[in-house]
Design a protein around this ligand. Structure first.
Ligand code: BGC
Length: 725
């Protein structure tokens, strides 16, 4: 109790401390403070803590609700004035419990970073940590204390538009990035929401919000690892997903939320619903009305009702009628208060002003992420970088004039930071004697319709190298952006074909938030560079890469299919009874190759690398042991570059069919021309565990093979075995 009083006094009189890593109070003192506060709360105040509405205009009524203790968290309050007003209202409520202010600072607040799919393409979790820390500093500077990020849904389906927000198709890579993103946000002063628990990335047909069918072993092996990593890294909250898993909406799914996430995994923070998801239980057909929806959600373990208005309107009556035990409400409140104490919300009232953010350093991080995220898919005869002897260059495409950054969020009324266009950045880098002709070609930023196509073709005809810069339509990535066609959007494919027909070499630069089907470009363009949506610093980074100041080093975190019919597709399917040989009665398609267009892990540089001397420290290990794999990486080209060395394993014989490959290690290595390095990976037998049909992790003795190389098709391999004890 004395601690609480002190904390409340401090909240009122403290000066403005700088944004800093979130303080973790001693566990025991937090629990004591939570219990003491809970003991003083009325049922109305408790239910108030579970109520998480969006900012309404005008906000007067909500301010009054906060003063009455009937709101515990606010959504989408992204300006200082409102945050101050709501914080003041919370302070003047009977118990003065501070509010959570949450927004989607997923990859931008003021400065736009490339999206998380691009962070994963860097294969450098440390960069994602730096990016999220910078985003968190910008965001927490106005008083926001919670972000609805990281989005860590594993997805093997590029039809699903939200792959832009995640780390792609692999659980191991996804877990590394999930942990890094949680660490970064928290260092920058924001609480995190690992989302969307669980299986939201596996909607049938790739259609957003659609249900997922996931077996127990897949759930554990493929979809849970990023969540476990985020929890180990200290995520404060977890957001439940909208969809059904095996027929039951996650928002009402007690086995998944209460039993698995809270009890089995041991998550002690807040579980929040997604936006209006509790009320949408009615649409799912599992609740007849809002009262039943509220009851099912709280009993499933959903602590915070985001925009559902279900708890606010119904829980008091549900408790009075004995349908919801007050202990369920207490448990939810306890989690919310625990997070608030842990965040130090009772200790501090203000954050520094936006002006104190060092924009130059944020931009430097954004540039570095962009540089390392670009993936060079093909590069015939070293078409890129633009050689100093390339005289006439035609740059085509409205994307080269665009500063559109697909950003998700910005503080209300803010000025977007100055953003260089690709055209301006390339012009600056032209050498004496080089001529850059630009033609816009399209009528709009995203190539939905042609502008002056003839002008573009005329510029191309006079060029030694044509660079076509296209940007996926601004509305075709993100939430609610599922697609059945993954070709270049709008008129961009037609433009590519017309340029190729000029007979001049065409290098294609694609800004995209998801894998696309680029079969025509693979056959007909001389080079393809995936730039993702590169953000505030992105076009400058792109010019650096196109002119060779920086060599590309990104690798795909998701498979690029040949056609939509191959989806879902990933690098790690199970073997079949009939491995593909081309014969009709082996696995495959009559009308399509069975391989992807570009595999997971693929990406070229401007130099070349060779792998040799793969060795394992021992060909055998017991289930409690580990071995080391080592390989020599050599830069065999004529310039410096970075390579992502990837380690995959396959269990050849086990009780269940095991994936053809599983990523188990990676390291990005920079080497000067001619330089060599030995790269080592430690592989424990426990890293090779998989989950059985009851969700139990098992390490099964048997023969394995490991593969090391620069993509998931690496062919350098070595056998080893796990023996019984
Ligand atoms: C999305 C969440 C997001 C929330 C709040 C929902 O529609 O699924 O990812 O955090 O809105 O903006």
């Amino acid at each position: 109790m004395p601690f609480l009083l002190l904390a409340l006094l401090f909240a009122v009189f403290s000066p403005s401390p700088p944004a800093q890593a979130l303080p973790a109070l001693e566990k025991a003192s937090v629990e004591a403070s939570v219990d003491a506060l809970l003991a003083r709360m009325t049922l109305t105040e408790k239910i108030g803590q579970l109520n998480f509405p969006s900012l309404a205009f005008p906000p007067d009524e909500q301010l009054e609700q906060v003063r009455k203790g009937r709101i515990g968290a606010m959504l989408n309050v992204a300006n200082r004035k409102h945050i101050d007003a709501f914080s003041e209202a919370a302070r003047s409520s009977r118990l003065g419990i501070p509010l959570l202010f949450g927004i989607d600072a997923v990859y931008s607040f003021r400065t736009t970073f490339p999206p998380p799919i691009a962070w994963a393409a860097t294969w450098r979790p440390k960069l994602a940590e730096a990016a999220t820390e910078a985003i968190a500093r910008e965001t927490s500077a106005i008083g926001v204390n919670l972000t609805f990020a990281p989005m860590i849904d594993v997805s093997r389906d590029p039809r699903w538009g939200r792959v832009i927000e995640g780390a792609g198709e692999d659980a191991f890579l996804g877990a590394a990035f999930a942990a890094a993103r949680v660490r970064g946000y928290r260092k920058g002063g924001l609480a995190t929401a690992a989302k969307h628990f669980v299986g939201y990335g596996a909607p049938e047909g790739g259609r957003d919000y659609n249900g997922a069918q996931i077996s127990v072993s897949e759930l554990h092996d493929r979809y849970l690892p990023p969540f476990k990593a985020a929890i180990d890294a200290g995520t404060d909250t977890v957001m439940a997903s909208f969809n059904t898993v095996n027929g039951v909406p996650v928002t009402a799914n007690r086995p998944l939320i209460n039993d698995l996430l809270k009890n089995a995994i041991g998550f002690r923070g807040i579980v929040m619903s997604d936006f209006a998801a509790i009320s949408e239980l009615i649409n799912h057909g599992v609740a007849a009305d809002l009262a039943e929806a509220a009851r099912k959600a709280i009993l499933a373990g959903i602590d915070l009702d985001m925009e559902g208005k279900a708890y606010d309107k119904n829980l008091e009556a549900e408790v009075a009628a004995g349908r919801v035990p007050v202990s369920a409400v207490d448990e939810a409140v306890r989690r919310i208060l625990r997070v608030k104490f842990n965040l130090g919300l009772f200790d501090k009232s203000r954050e520094p002003a936006l002006a104190e953010i060092d924009e130059a350093s944020v931009r430097k991080t954004a540039r570095e992420v962009a540089r390392e995220s670009f993936v060079l898919l093909k590069n015939d005869a070293a078409a890129l970088p633009i050689g100093t002897d390339t005289r006439a260059i035609a740059l085509i495409g409205s994307a080269a004039l665009s500063v559109n950054d697909h950003s998700w969020y910005g503080p209300a009324g803010y000025q977007k930071p100055e953003t260089e266009t690709l055209l301006a950045a390339l012009r600056k880098r032209m050498k004496p004697g080089q001529q850059l002709r630009y033609a816009k070609g399209f009528a709009d930023d995203c190539g939905r319709a042609f502008g002056d196509k003839d002008d573009a073709l005329a510029a191309a005809r006079r060029a030694d190298l044509v660079i076509l810069a296209v940007s996926e339509d601004c509305d075709v990535s993100g939430e609610g952006a599922s697609r059945t066609d993954l070709g270049l959007s709008g008129a961009q494919q037609e433009m590519l074909e017309a340029l190729v027909e000029t007979g001049r070499p065409v290098a294609l630069v694609v800004e995209t938030g998801r894998p696309l089907t680029l079969g025509y470009a693979e056959k007909n363009a001389v080079a393809i560079l995936i730039a993702w949506h590169p953000g505030t610093e992105g076009r400058t980074a792109l010019a650096e890469v196109l002119t060779g100041e920086i060599a590309p080093s990104g690798k795909l975190p998701m498979t690029f299919p040949r056609s939509v019919g191959q989806i879902p597709i990933a690098y790690n399917p199970l073997p079949t009874s009939r491995p593909s040989t081309g014969n009709r009665y082996t696995t495959g398609y009559l009308d399509e190759d069975v391989t992807p267009l570009y595999p997971f892990g693929h990406g070229l540089s401007y130099t070349s690398f060779s792998y040799s001397n793969l060795a394992v420290s021992s060909p055998r290990m017991t289930p409690d042991a580990s071995i080391e794999a080592s390989v020599t990486l050599e830069n065999t080209g004529t310039r410096a570059g970075s390579e992502v060395v990837q380690l995959y394993t396959r269990q050849l014989v086990a009780s269940h069919s095991r994936p053809m490959r599983e990523l188990k290690g990676f390291e990005k290595v920079s080497l000067a021309a001619g330089e060599k390095k030995t790269v080592r990976f430690r592989l424990a037998a426990s890293d090779l565990a998989f989950h059985d049909d009851h969700g139990r992790a098992v390490v099964e003795p048997g023969p394995f093979k490991l593969f090391v190389g620069g993509s998931s098709t690496a062919d350098l391999s070595a056998p080893f075995e796990i023996t019984a004890k």
